[in-house]
Design a protein around this ligand. Sequence first.
Ligand code: SF4
Length: 232
Amino acid sequence: MASAMTPQPARASKNAARLDALLAEIRACRICRDTPSGPALPHEPRPVLRASATARLLIAGQAPGVRVHQSGAPFTDPSGDRLRQWMDVDVDTFYDASRISIVPMGFCFPGWDAKKGDLPPRSECRAHWHDRLFAALPAIETILVVGAYARDYHFTRLGLDWSRKETLTTTVRRWREFQHSTPRIIPLPHPSWRNSGWLKANRWFESELLPVLRREVLQAVGKRGGDSCMPN
Ligand code: SF4
């Protein structure tokens, strides 16, 4: 463990090395294939996340869909397009891991239910990885909490005032209450097309919350990047 006497750059590089080692462990994870706590994943695991010791902004998401499973990069789908539009960031900025960490509640695509909807994030991820990972991300100042699964975990972890009976709409409506938490929290609905009706029914989201979200993002990531191209 770094002592108080350890010079700052040395401590930073030690933390970064520790985080890199943890990320390598996560990317090699095959728990849901080899020792799952329920039914095994119906496909080969492919953990998808991005994190760095320098990013001040964290996008705490749900789980990859099939497109992200295929691309290997988070939010390479219409949900990502909508999220980037909400945040007002271009693709280069969004995928700059030195500025934005993207950590979903399940790292692998969980498969589909009988109606071809995505299954919930795998609970094994939360049980094995999340506490360790967030302990290794001390630079995070702002968390965009996307969807109910991320809300349940992060609000509990950070001891925020919320109830399990609370709908996500209620939590998002209470966004002003979390502006002064440490780290600052902005609860968001999932940017999926399935929530287009929700967005129409809750116009305040666009008029009141999005301007604050954009300000917060700009402050956390600094200047926006240049040209946009999707990551490989
Ligand atoms: S979902 Fe999480 S726990 Fe399961 S194999 Fe992928 S990384 Fe491992």
